[in-house]
Ligand binder design. Structure first.
Ligand code: C2E
Ligand code: MG
Ligand code: MG
Length: 436
């Protein structure tokens, strides 16, 4: 891994990941005293004893077993503190695993769950999704009979939840807060590099806005972009982002960073609805002395679904001016292919949900390959976001994705960190790309 010189915290608020929230090191650091209590539920007595013996073999002592969902619920009710991880079979007569876990989700239990099934990966994937939206922490799913190493790996993801109990709820903001932030320009941009997967070269950066709140510190965009849209403040915010990011390009140029650095900014659907948006952006670029082809506008396609033609009109005008247009979070909306068909995008950014862990996942890997194949055939640049591991990186190289962005390369960072990161990355990427 490259030396960490970025300014954002390791577990970035608003962007939790399995790797960030379930780091095995955390569980290990908790020590043996923090061993999880296990509730093992399976209607097959043989499987129950196999798994129970296996868990004991791993040194776990607090194990409760049940053959029926009803009994497991009763155990939970009688001593909630005794259970930290539920290891649960899905296919059971009577109350099945899904019904059981829905009941658990509605109960005060706030621990973790490991799913067990002989039903194959596709079913488990769906069940994981189904339950992942609730309050239970799904550590993962295992085919029956579970292999000790796989069980161990999932258990290492478990983290005692005690710290969460003391947390104060995140503040909720109102329109007047956002308008005050606009007036006082309480924004700061962090930049995350995109690098070429073949050469390792820096291909550009994405500007990501943060709110430097006078009382709460750095607030991440998931907590205020929607509000800025609803409160009519998004135009002023986007203007600020565009001005600041183009100014930053000039500053980096003065400092001797290799130019041109392609800049990407996120543009909201609300921006695209404004009649004069494309003209204003053109004027802004001329003012800054940056050619539009050095600027890519990233658009989250789930927001592109509005029926009005205004966004399409803006997009086509922007493209005529030679702005790059990127379809962000590709694969997560309802009509990704329809958007690709209708909008002259130049870049396809595959959502991290199709990138992370793809090398070992027979469901998402074909989707990643297909997305990159579509980009190629349409003559678009492909970018994978959320690249967190060497395995993700290697797979993307193998399947011919153009650019990568993610914590494996760099976290978003303050502008003055880019030069040092680049120095560091040059050495690291040389080693990464060297033939074995
Ligand atoms: P996005 O455009 O898809 O940006 C990528 C997000 O993923 C960023 O979160 C980034 O910090 C995070 N990320 C990058 N690499 C990794 C990784 O390896 N793992 C994980 N788990 N996360 C990674 P951030 O900065 O919190 O931004 C969230 C979203 O807020 C952005 O998603 C974008 O849609 C929106 N946003 C950010 N800045 C602006 C802005 O200036 N204007 C508008 N309208 N939206 C913005
Ligand atoms: Mg983006
Ligand atoms: Mg994205």
């Amino acid at each position: 891994m490259p030396r960490r010189i970025d300014s954002e915290p390791l577990a970035e608020p608003g962007a939790p990941t399995a790797a960030a929230t379930l780091a095995p090191a955390d569980a290990a650091a908790a020590g043996p005293a923090a061993q999880p209590g296990i509730l093992l539920l399976d209607d097959d007595p043989f499987m129950l004893s196999v798994h129970s013996l296996m868990l004991r073999g791993m040194g776990l002592q607090r194990i409760v077993t049940a053959l029926r969902g009803e009994d497991a619920l009763q155990s939970l009710q009688s001593d909630l503190q005794a259970v930290d991880v539920i290891v649960c079979d899905l296919n059971m007569p009577g109350m099945d695993g899904i019904e059981f876990l829905q009941a658990v989700d509605a109960s005060p239990y706030r621990g973790s769950v490991i799913l067990l099934s002989g039903e194959g990966t596709r079913i488990m994937h769906t069940v994981q999704k189904l339950l992942g939206g609730g309050r239970l922490q799904i550590l993962g799913a295992l085919e029956k009979p579970a292999r000790p190493a796989a069980m161990q790996a999932l258990l290492e993801r478990w983290k005692p939840v005690t710290a969460a109990h003391g947390q104060t709820p995140a503040p909720v903001y109102a329109c007047e807060d956002i308008h005050a932030a606009v007036r006082e320009q309480q924004w700061v941009l962090h930049y995350q590099p995109k690098v070429n997967l073949r050469s390792g070269a820096l291909a550009g950066v994405e500007a990501l806005v943060r709110w430097q709140h006078p009382l709460h510190g750095l607030v991440y965009p998931d907590r205020f972009i929607g509000l800025a849209e609803d409160c009519g403040a998004i135009d002023a915010l986007t203007d600020w982002v565009l001005r600041e990011s183009t100014r930053q390009l000039t500053r980096w140029q003065r400092e001797g960073l290799p130019m041109p650095i392609a800049m990407a900014v996120n543009v909201s659907m609300e921006n695209l609805r404004q009649p004069g948006f494309s003209r204003r952006l053109g004027a802004l670029m001329r003012e800054a002395g940056v050619p539009p082809q050095d600027m890519t506008l990233e658009i989250t396609e789930s927001r592109l679904m509005a029926p009005s033609p205004a966004p399409l009109e803006s997009l086509v005008r922007l493209r005529l001016q030679r702005f790059g247009l990127s379809i962000d979070d590709f694969g997560t909306g309802h009509s990704s292919l329809a958007q690709l068909r209708d909008v002259p995008f130049t870049e396809l950014k595959v959502d991290r949900g199709f990138v992370q862990g793809a090398s070992g996942n027979p469901i998402i890997r074909p989707m990643l390959e297909a997305s990159i194949g579509i980009a190629k055939r349409l003559g678009m640049q492909s970018v994978a976001e959320g690249v967190e591991t060497a395995e993700d990186w290697q797979l993307l190289r193998e399947i011919g994705c153009d650019l990568a962005q993610g914590y494996f390369i760099a976290r978003p960072m303050a502008s003055d960190r880019l030069a040092a990161w680049l120095d560091d990355w040059r050495g690291h990427s040389r080693r990464l790309l060297a033939p074995p």
